[in-house]
Design a protein around this ligand. Sequence first.
Ligand SMILES: [Zn+2]
Ligand SMILES: [Zn+2]
Length: 176
Amino acid sequence: MPEFDPHTHSIASGHATSCTITDMAKKAVSLGLKMIGITDHGPATPYSCRPSYFRNLSFSPRERFGIEIMIGAELNILDNGGSVDLDHDILKHLDYAIVSMHPQTFKPSTAADNTAAYIRSMKHPNVKILGHCDDSRFPVDYDALVKAAPDTATPSSCQATAMGRNISEIFAWRLL
Ligand SMILES: [Zn+2]
Ligand SMILES: [Zn+2]
């Protein structure tokens, strides 16, 4: 049983859930988790929150109902250059970020181009997880991703099923 779910979405992501962070902490208690990471979608996702939400997250309580709360974001990779949708001066106040490809904000390309985009998106030190890069709509070269990941990366370290989802995060590193 995992003790930490590093990839969760609150109502601030604008779709799929109406849960607040407090609701999520309560659910985490019932699941026996010790820690959750709040990783709402970046502002490029339609109907998601604005950059100011992420700026303010760093002032929110880090513990609710005995659950430790990490604050993060699930960034959108926007182009083959690996651009993401939050600026560095907001990212640096978060504990970590996930970088993901989503059909609304990234046009699928070849495995070589998708892989290059992931690798370029890793350049900010707070990027610590490559989100659901087992999505067959966005083929990637896993060997190249492993090679490009920092030395401290732990491939396949994070299978995020705790909150009832089944999302494979292929790499997590320097997170704890
Ligand atoms: Zn997500
Ligand atoms: Zn995602």
